[in-house]
Every structure is written in structure tokens, then in C-alpha cells.
Design a protein around this ligand. Structure first.
Ligand code: ATP
Ligand code: MG
Ligand code: MG
Ligand code: MG
Length: 560
């Protein structure tokens, strides 16, 4: 069917919403693709829904191609499952929680590792049933602290989440490789510019993980990229190979006159930085032992956020034993919501510039800290930022730094979830074997915004054909002959199998129609205008702006 704009639920706006900061937020709203329902909740209008569905279609095709089987699980899930793995606490306020009439606690699924693990425990009994890849395209819920940037960060959003199950490390590695390749194809087909970078696993747990990042100024992630080798990493995951100096002289301990927890103000005052400053490095010590050198939080952490991390009830440090075992690679500590905080083992960190002591007590160990409320001495070193030009940890070349949007994230989870739910299958040798697992996410709705960010220009949206809401946008400039020719063109294009949007609106000026065509961003615009009576139309390439006048029959040949 030709989509007639006279019948389309569409109201384009001249002005962007006042709170919109990013290109995608502004343009997707102005072009009538999405509409805010409430904070972080978005309605997909007809044109937006088409783009969203196109992204999901590509994802499904490539998931099916690696043997993925699509399922659909509920979004409303028993909280119990998330308590069993500890993620109810780890996610904390990020979880939407509710209670049914009997008093049973539920959560709205933020991601489904627990539930898929239970499904497989229930359905799979033998190694012969493995490997298996299951996926769904589903609405996810996260009560994000700062829902902003439109659909880039919603509190309700669409995710494709996939889960692989197998019996051994090799199977897991193979499933991971398959997903990695499928993701490359997906993002290539969508027309996204992307990088694959090393990442930290965060609340997901597990060992290896990589992110697919779409470089864009609106992105909330920062990554480093090496021009000389294939090293690329989210700055959260930058790990320098050199060990933290074994014996850092802690320097004189300066007792601050503070309550148990240094407040944001005392920290800022002590560091001589404004309270809103961004800290990039933190040395955590327990009993004078270096426990972790870290970037305290995800991405750049402002002092406000850091103060949260320092709340005694919330902070748990890695154990001294952990540190003793791998002084070069302590895996961070657990933050306010139990989130694992990545750290940066950075050889450039010089012995300290400041000490801050909280409720440090002699003989206290990190393990006590994890149980108890009192905690550690925190010692700040200089504010160290990974910067452009810093040496690549692999080859030493100067790193480049960029902002990006996380569009996908793949994890080798190993047995974290299958251990919790004790998922064993009958092995080849007749003995039970614990199942290994991977999980693989793509932000479907976020990918729409990422595409808008990367492809829009000063005139509006500018979709790659694969995701565009139509192939051709036919504009009838207004006069009777023009309207007639446009309708003829639209029908012919439709008959040729193209998806057609026809601007047949009466009472809208040609100028407004042309501006809307640019704003909506369909890749090809066909205009029945000046020379319609002679059977001539104008073809415009939305991206390049190139125009050409030609006979309709010629134009149809060109497009079909
Ligand atoms: P972010 O770092 O942006 O908060 P995340 O690391 O918490 O994302 P994952 O748990 O890895 O997200 O989820 C898989 C994918 O889901 C992400 O790569 C991203 O594309 C998408 N996603 C996550 N949170 C949101 C959100 N609030 N709105 C839209 N998409 C999201
Ligand atoms: Mg998140
Ligand atoms: Mg992330
Ligand atoms: Mg992630």
C-alpha cells in the first residue's frame, strides 16, 4: 500500500522539545517518529515504528542465520530469581519492583539471564540437546537515574537479548564468536559505523565481554582506539599491563575531621577540586595496603557519584587476598548498588597526593568491610585521565579517544548463572556436567537513535535504505497536474515493489512539503513539480542533495 501522508498520523514540529540536547532526540520528535509519554517512556508513532521494526527484522534475520531460536518470555518476573543471583541487590534502584495481590514480589525484567537459565534447566537434560541459542526481542525496564537523550536511554526500551548454552568452554567460545560475527553483520547492514571494544562485565558478571560502540558525540561512553594495532577498549576497561608499583609509600596519613564517611564536600575540598569535577583515578587502601587503583565508577565519575560509592553501607572492597594474588589486576570493588566498579591499573599513577581516612580501624580486612558498615581508608592519587595520545597498553602507540553509544554488548558468562540454579545436563560420559552460558544484547530502540545520530544532517534525518520507513518519498507540489502525476508515480513505484510515502496533503505549501521530506529522511525523494504537465519529475538523493529532472518513465526505471 502507498502510505498517503494525508492519512498518516504525523505532525512534524518546527521546534525541538526544550529539554532535548541530542540530535536524535530533537529530530525523532520533530519528525514525528516518537513522542514522549512520560519520563524515559516513549511512544513509537507510525514512521518510527517502521524504523524500529526494520532494525528488529535485520537483527532477527542474522540471529536466525546463526541458529538462534526466537522465544518470548514475560517481562514481569518473580523477584526471587533475581535475589537468587544477587542481582536484585546489584541492580538496586534500577529495578522496577511491584507486588501482586497476594504479596508476591515481582520485577519488570531489566535483562533475562536468570529466567532463561531456569528455562534451560527445565527444558534441557542431555548434552545432546546442546548447544542452544535462544533469543527474544522484548521490552526491557530499567529505572535509569537519568533517562535522557530520548530513546537513547529509556526507562522502557526494546532489546534483543540472546543466550547461549553449551557444556564446555569451547562451546561457549564458539557461541560467542558466532554472535560477534552476527553482530558485525547486523550493524553493517543497518549502516552503523561501529567499533568492537573490550569492556567490563559489570552487573552481568562473567569473564570476557566486548561492547559494540557507535561513535557519536551524544554517546555516554568513552573509548580508546589504537591506530597502530587492533587494541580498542571502553575507558572503563583500559588495563595497563604494567603492575601497580608493589610498594607505594602511602605517605603520611592525614586524619580528616570527618564522620565515618568522607562527604563529597570534604573530598572535594581535600583534593582542591570543584565538587563537580571528574575524577579518573582512585587508589583504595585497606589497612595501608593498596587494594585497588581504580576509576571509581562507570565512565567519568563526578564527585557526587563518587560520594555515593563511598557510602559505608554501599562500598565493598576487593579482598586483600585478591589483591595479593593479582596486584596487577585487581578486579575493582562493588559500588552503591553492588555494581562492580572497574578500575584502571595505571603505572603512571604517582604516589599519592592526598589521604582521606574514614573509619579506618587497625586490623580491619576487606572481608570485614564487605560485612560490616565501617570501612577503609581511601586514598586519592592525582586526578588521572586516560587521554588522547596516551600509550597503547599493547603496542605503545598514541591512543585516540572518542565518545560513543553502546549499541550492543556480548558476554561470556561461564557458569555464574548455571551455578546458582544448578543447571546440569547428562554428559557424554553419563555424568552430570554443569552448563556454560553466554548472553548477548542489542539495544534495538537505542540503535534507531544511534543511526539518527550518525546519519542526520542540518536538514533532518537521513536514513540508510535498510531501515528507512520508506524507499521513496513522493511529493506532489500542489497543483492538480502535479497531484495526478505524483499519484501515478507512487502507484507505479509501489507496483515495482518499493515502499512509498506519498505527500498528498492539501493546503500545505510546496516549501513546507520539501522541508518535511528532508526532515523525515527517506533516502530518495521524487517531486512532481514545475514540469509535471510535461510528464517530468525531479529525483533528489536525500543524502547528497543531488537533483535531476527526468521523464517519469525514466525515473521509474532508475528506481525500480
Ligand atoms: P549503558 O551502559 O548505556 O547503561 P548497559 O551496559 O547497562 O548500557 P547492557 O546491560 O549491556 O546495557 O544491555 C544491553 C544493551 O541494551 C546495551 O548495549 C544497550 O544497547 C541497550 N540498553 C541498555 N540500557 C538501555 C536504555 N536505558 N535504553 C535503551 N537501550 C539500552
Ligand atoms: Mg546501564
Ligand atoms: Mg554499559
Ligand atoms: Mg553493557
Amino acid at each position: 500500500m502507498v502510505q498517503r501522508m494525508s492519512r498518516l498520523l504525523l505532525k512534524t514540529l518546527r521546534d525541538a522539545p526544550a529539554d532535548a540536547e541530542t540530535t536524535s532526540h530533537k529530530l525523532l520528535v520533530r519528525a514525528g517518529y516518537v513522542r514522549r509519554s512520560s519520563a524515559g517512556m516513549w511512544t513509537w508513532l507510525p514512521l518510527g515504528k517502521r524504523v524500529l521494526d526494520n532494525v528488529a527484522r535485520v537483527v532477527r534475520e542474522e540471529m536466525d542465520a546463526i541458529g538462534g531460536q526466537e522465544v518470548l518470555l514475560p517481562a514481569l518476573l518473580p523477584q526471587e530469581a533475581y535475589e537468587a543471583t544477587g542481582r536484585a541487590a546489584e541492580y538496586g534502584d534500577l529495578l522496577f519492583r511491584l507486588t501482586d495481590r497476594k504479596g508476591t514480589a515481582y520485577v519488570l525484567g531489566p535483562t533475562h539471564e536468570e529466567i532463561f537459565t531456569q528455562l534451560v534447566k527445565d527444558q534441557v537434560t542431555s548434552y545432546k540437546d546442546l548447544p542452544v541459542i535462544l533469543y527474544q526481542v522484548q521490552t526491557k525496564y530499567r529505572d535509569e537515574a537519568r533517562p535522557r537523550s530520548g530513546v537513547l536511554r529509556g526507562r522502557e526500551f526494546q532489546m534483543k537479548d540472546a543466550y547461549s548454552f553449551d557444556t564446555g568452554e569451547e562451546g561457549l567460545a564458539e557461541a560467542y564468536r558466532l554472535h560477534r560475527e552476527a553482530y558485525r553483520r547486523i550493524f553493517q547492514r543497518l549502516g552503523l559505523d561501529f567499533r568492537i571494544v573490550s569492556a567490563v562485565s559489570g552487573a552481568m558478571g562473567g569473564s570476557a565481554s566486548e561492547e559494540f560502540l557507535a561513535p557519536a558525540a551524544a554517546g555516554e561512553d568513552t573509548f580508546v582506539d589504537c591506530p597502530a594495532c587492533d587494541y580498542a577498549a571502553n575507558t572503563e576497561a583500559v588495563t595497563f599491563t604494567a603492575a601497580v608499583p608493589a610498594a607505594v609509600d602511602p605517605g603520611p596519613v592525614e586524619e580528616l575531621d570527618t564522620p565515618d564517611t568522607p562527604t563529597i564536600e570534604t573530598l572535594a575540598a581535600h583534593l582542591g577540586v570543584p565538587a563537580a569535577a571528574t575524577l579518573k583515578n582512585l587508589l583504595v587502601t585497606v589497612d595501608g595496603e593498596i587494594t585497588a587503583v581504580g576509576v571509581p565508577g562507570d565512565r567519568e565519575v563526578d564527585l557526587g557519584k563518587l560520594a555515593e560509592h563511598l557510602a559505608p553501607a554501599a562500598v565493598a572492597l576487593v579482598t586483600a587476598e585478591d589483591f595479593a594474588a593479582r596486584p596487577d589486576l585487581v578486579r575493582g570493588y562493588v559500588g552503591p548498588q553492588g555494581l562492580r566498579i572497574p578500575y584502571l591499573a595505571d603505572p603512571r599513577v604517582a604516589p599519592g597526593t592526598a589521604w582521606i581516612t574514614g573509619a579506618n580501624k587497625p586490623g580491619r580486612h576487606a572481608a570485614d568491610v564487605v560485612c560490616g558498615r565501617d570501612f577503609q581508608v581511601d586514598r586519592y592519587l592525582d586526578v588521572v585521565t586516560v587521554q588522547g595520545g596516551d600509550p597503547c597498553p599493547r603496542c605503545g602507540a598514541g591512543l585516540t579517544l572518542g565518545r560513543a553509544i553502546e549499541i550492543g554488548h556480548i558476554f561470556q558468562l561461564g557458569r555464574k548463572y548455571t551455578d546458582t540454579f544448578e543447571v546440569d545436563v547428562l554428559g557424554r560420559d553419563g555424568k552430570p556436567v554443569r552448563v556454560t552460558m553466554g548472553s548477548y544484547g542489542i539495544g534495538i530502540s537505542r540503535a534507531v537513535a544511534a543511526l539518527a545520530e550518525q546519519t542526520a544532517d542540518e536538514h533532518g534525518l537521513c536514513w540508510p535504505r535498510e531501515v528507512a520507513p520508506a524507499d521513496v518519498h513522493v511529493v506532489a507540489a500542489g497543483k492538480a497536474a502535479q497531484t495526478e502525476l505524483a499519484a501515478l508515480a507512487a502507484d507505479a513505484l509501489h507496483a515495482a515493489g518499493l515502499r512509498v510515502l506519498l505527500d498528498d496533503r492539501a493546503g500545505v505549501s510546496p516549501g513546507a512539503k520539501f522541508a518535511d521530506a528532508d526532515l523525515l529522511g527517506v533516502p530518495t525523494i521524487l517531486i512532481a513539480g514545475r514540469r509535471a504537465t510535461e510528464g517530468f519529475v525531479e529525483l533528489k538523493d536525500r543524502r547528497t542533495g543531488e537533483r535531476e529532472e527526468l521523464q517519469l518513465t525514466e525515473a521509474l526505471k532508475r528506481l525500480a
